[in-house]
Design a protein around this ligand. Structure first.
Ligand code: C5P
Length: 314
């Protein structure tokens, strides 16, 4: 079984001060994009064994890899639900073809984990459905449940509460891939340090993007936003992690400023970085922006439903 594992963009990302468990309540609009890893799954005779290989030698393919953890966690969840262990019946050989940059804020690892859950639900004929898989997914990582749904969703909680919404009419993006791996936990720690929160501080944004002082987790009218032309939508989008990521990596701030000057419109960061992007109404405009871009730039399509679910690679 061979499946595509798409990347995501955090089109919009608001972050509140951390809850007692250390995680940050979020409000994010995420969209799948046409940048994919490919995963191949095969049963083997080696009962209990999972052999993961990857074409990228820098990837750790051990038991700590999110793909292996996803397979083991699904097997355990099925056993907890009273079913026989699938891994005892037969082992697994999984191969990962990596194209999504690592540490790029594009959710590659989370997408791989979600694709593994969807693939094994079929391969193991457990057919448990999305709610069962979503519980396992949330234990694997905050972004994993998003990838079990359609291509455009608002995610809240720590990111694991997923609500599908209309995709943006501005359906193309120019991505700038700086080739830098940003460490997500460190970016969140820097975010906390820069906010220097006090015990009773309300969840109020200092950069309220919807006009005036607002709770940063208040939701805009998503159906309005989805219909906006790209230039109007870009002017509303925020990523609260940018100041923290730029403090850790000033080169990224310079790249953003340079890119904004050369393409003449706002540029945002995805997730905790390092990918920078701007949205466009057409492929031609996105291509033009990529020509003006710096470092490695690629044009991607947002939310094309042809890649949905577990459809095989075209
Ligand atoms: O959930 P995930 O393992 O992807 O999160 C990686 C790290 O990002 C966490 O260990 C935490 O430091 C940070 N994080 C956070 N608040 C969130 C999501 C992630 O602080 N809502």
């Amino acid at each position: 079984m061979r499946l595509l594992s798409p990347a995501k963009l955090n089109v919009h990302l608001r972050v509140a001060r951390p809850s007692p468990d250390g995680f940050h309540p979020l409000l994010t609009w995420m969209c799948k994009i046409s940048l994919f890893d490919t995963l191949t799954f095969e049963r083997t005779n080696a009962s209990g064994r999972i052999v993961l290989t990857a074409d990228d030698p820098s990837l750790a393919c051990d038991e700590g890899n999110l793909i292996v953890r996803a397979a083991r966690m699904l097997d355990a969840a099925l056993r907890d639900a009273g079913e026989a262990s699938r891994l005892e019946e037969s082992g697994l050989a999984i191969h990962l073809q990596k194209r999504i940059p690592i540490g790029g804020g594009l959710g590659g690892g989370s997408s791989n984990a979600a694709t593994t859950l969807l693939a094994l639900d079929q391969l193991w004929e457990s057919r448990r459905g999305r709610d069962f898989l979503a519980e396992v997914a949330a234990k694997l990582g905050s972004d994993v449940p998003f990838f079990l749904h359609g291509s455009s969703s608002v995610c809240t909680g720590r990111g694991e509460v997923v609500r599908p919404i209309a995709p943006p009419a501005a359906g193309w993006a120019c991505l700038c891939l700086p080739g830098l791996a940003m460490p997500t936990p460190q970016v969140y720690r820097q975010f906390d340090a820069m906010r220097s929160p006090t015990e009773n501080e309300p969840l109020v944004s200092r950069t309220g993007s919807y006009g005036g002082e607002t709770n940063c987790l208040d939701e805009p009218d998503w159906s309005d936003w989805a219909m906006l032309p790209a230039d109007q939508l870009m002017s509303k989008l925020v990523n609260d992690l940018e100041p923290a990521a730029f403090a850790l990596c000033p080169e990224l701030r310079e790249m953003q400023a340079k890119l904004e000057r050369s393409i003449g419109r706002p540029v945002r960061m995805s997730g905790s970085g390092s990918t920078l992007f701007s949205l466009f109404d057409s492929e031609d405009e996105a291509t033009q922006a990529c020509r003006l871009g710096i470092r490695k730039s690629v044009v991607v399509r947002l939310c094309d439903d042809r890649w949905e679910g577990t459809s095989p690679e075209p």
